[in-house]
Design a binder for this molecule. Structure first.
Ligand SMILES: N[C@@H](CCC(=O)N[C@@H](CS)C(=O)NCC(=O)O)C(=O)O
Length: 256
């Protein structure tokens, strides 16, 4: 069991984007005492949130048990693991494995988040259509998925995780952005995973977890509260294309 904090840790999120769910996934999987502070994406660069994270990006946490306010999801992962995963259920004690987990977390932060994010941006939200930009980021996504595919394929069947033979925080960090790949690449799941069978199986094991399912239940409720559909498109707008046209016309009202 993780060491559970007596007072709930507050996690600030805007529901549509994937990064906040990375934090919530870890809270749920560790079974920690936490509370969600959900607010609108439009307010991410305004007080009160900007007083929590001057960079105006979610997630951020406030831990009243240690008096720590922290932002950047990778730093939040390292903190929660060090402070609360005291029996190393999602981490390792040994120095090599600890740093291998950190290596994969850094790769996720630098090689997944920004590229998946930019691909989605140029695919759906940028006011001009620039196919070469989409192509560049989509190719990078394929390349990075190929790196993970090669690593998992080389591991024994009973150790299909990035480090050692169990799921760690280093695996979990990848799930929220991968979960959005059908929207980011505008493909079916079969198309997304073509050529990446080991990545698919790895990802599917994580999104089958009760902890992930609870995250998605929270997300559905919080999106609904803000009048947003599952994919982040406001209710009342039928398709992504209709939404993209609105954005192109300078009528962007919503979340990334
Ligand atoms: N590197 C940051 C990225 C966080 C991030 O970009 N979050 C998005 C939501 S998924 C956001 O807050 N975007 C605000 C903006 O684009 O202004 C992290 O991992 O915490």
């Amino acid at each position: 069991m993780a060491t559970n904090p007596p007072k709930p840790i507050r996690v600030w999120i805007t529901p549509p984007g994937p990064n906040p769910w990375k934090a919530v996934f870890l809270f749920e999987e560790l079974g920690l005492n936490y509370e969600i502070k959900s607010f609108r994406f439009d307010d991410v660069k305004k007080p009160p949130f900007i007083n929590i994270n001057p960079n105006g990006r979610v997630p951020a946490i406030e831990d009243p048990n240690t008096n720590l306010t922290l932002w950047e999801s990778g730093a939040i992962y390292q903190y929660l693991i060090e402070q609360y995963d005291t029996d190393n259920r999602l981490s390792y004690m040994s120095i090599n494995e600890r740093h291998l987990c950190n290596q994969w977390l850094h790769f996720q932060m630098s090689g997944q988040g920004p590229y998946w994010g930019q691909c989605g941006w140029f695919q759906h939200l940028h006011s001009e259509k620039i196919p070469s930009a989409v192509e560049r980021y989509a190719n990078e996504i394929k390349r990075v998925l190929g790196v993970i595919e090669g690593v998992l394929a080389a591991k024994p069947a009973n150790a299909q995780w990035l480090v050692g033979d169990k799921m760690t925080f280093a695996d979990m960090a990848w799930a929220p952005w991968n979960f959005r790949l059908i929207e980011v690449l505008v493909k079916s799941w079969d198309e997304v995973w073509e050529g990446f069978p080991h990545v698919r199986a790895w990802h599917e094991k994580m999104i089958e977890l009760p902890s992930w399912k609870r995250c998605m239940e929270h997300r559905a409720r919080l999106m609904d509260e803000q009048g947003l559909q599952w994919n982040g498109v406001p209710k009342g707008i039928e398709t992504f294309t209709e939404y993209e046209n609105k954005i192109a016309a300078g009528d962007d009202t919503t979340p990334k």
